[in-house]
Design a protein around this ligand. Sequence first.
Ligand code: NAD
Ligand code: DAU
Length: 369
Amino acid sequence: MVTGAAGFIGSTFVRRRLAATDDHITVVDKLTYAGNPANLRGLDEDPATRDRYRFVQADIADEPLMRELAAESDAIVNFAAESHVDRSILEPAAFLHTGVMGVYSLLEAARAEHERRGGGSSRESGGSSTPGRPAAPVSSASSGFRFVQVSTDEVYGPVPVGLSRESDAMRPTSPYSAAKAAGEHLVSAYHETHGLDTVITRGANTYGPRQYPEKLIPLFVTNALDDEPLPMYGDGMQRRDWLFVSDHADGIGVALDHGESGGAYNIPGDGVERPNRAVTEAILEALGKPWSLVRRVPDRPGHDRRYALDGTRLRALGWQPQVAFEEGIATTVAWYAQNRDWWEPIKRGDWADFYRAQYAWRLEQSVEA
Ligand code: NAD
Ligand code: DAU
């Protein structure tokens, strides 16, 4: 059961998982503004996948339905979330609904299955662990039902120097990352208290085809394609380690298949930190567009200056990022240039209201970047 898979990363995960394994997958997605059935198009018709795939439109906070669906599954991979930091600053309620009550409802569904299948509590089975610390292997008291929570590097908060390790404290700074951290705490609590077989992944900033055009890279690519301004927050020297979407999806797959019960796994990018200015330059260069499109606008409140992840734990399970930034950004820019029919309708819908609220006043106050 894969929740939130009509979105950007979840749809990539489902496509790759169906291609690489014999898994049967039930996608559960509410189809919020960010959920797009086009991301999963063809899976219900392709002879290679149609008998192993089904789509259920639902809210993960619908606990009775989640219980029914969990009873037909042997794992839940939870991608469902409100995922945009700027929206969490404008309107946080949905972040808490999905990130806290939604995660709780999935955990209750997983717990019911765990117990129905004979699973015991962690302490009964001799295991007790904290994300990042060595965890007890799944013991005989395991039910075989696994819960994977797809989380984010943003739970660590900004890291001025060095790399975040899984055992580091969570210090979230935005309503988005606070909701994600709350979800993680619940997952860890169900592992400790009920012995649920859980794994948490914390991915870096992800980019690639089919990302909703509110995020930096797709926003700047699509705006540049239309010769619209690119609103750069503050000095543009905030640093991120960028992760191509297929590498993120595969990292989650490795954690699902091989992660230690109760453990957490960072999923870093290609290891080269880039300030937003450098990302913007790469986009403009790929498109042959001028720097004059870039406008310096008032910053995001509470803007985290830097994230950087230590990926040792996931690499020890055999995962390596395959796509360097130069290749990934070229693929991404080309995809948006060739798939206007995917993003142009989005930019006419809910996106336009959000864009006005987020950027109209910022662009009025903007200066040369
Ligand atoms: P996205 O916004 O593209 O997709 C989110 C999906 O969740 C959408 O299909 C939406 O309809 C669905 N959804 C939202 N609320 C729901 C609910 N209550 N019930 C059912 N479905 C619901 O997000 P994304 O970028 O693909 O991110 C997926 C996950 O990965 C999120 O949990 C996010 O926190 C995490 N993550 C994202 C990044 C990134 O850079 N995009 C990095 C690290 C972690
Ligand atoms: O790090 C993982 C996180 O990456 C995920 O958990 C989130 O779901 C995902 O949205 C992303 O969060 P960010 O806030 O880092 O991504 P965003 O694309 O919104 O911004 C990336 C950087 O670009 C950040 O420093 C803010 C800046 N930015 C963003 C936008 C949208 C701008 O300068 N201008 C913009 O218009």
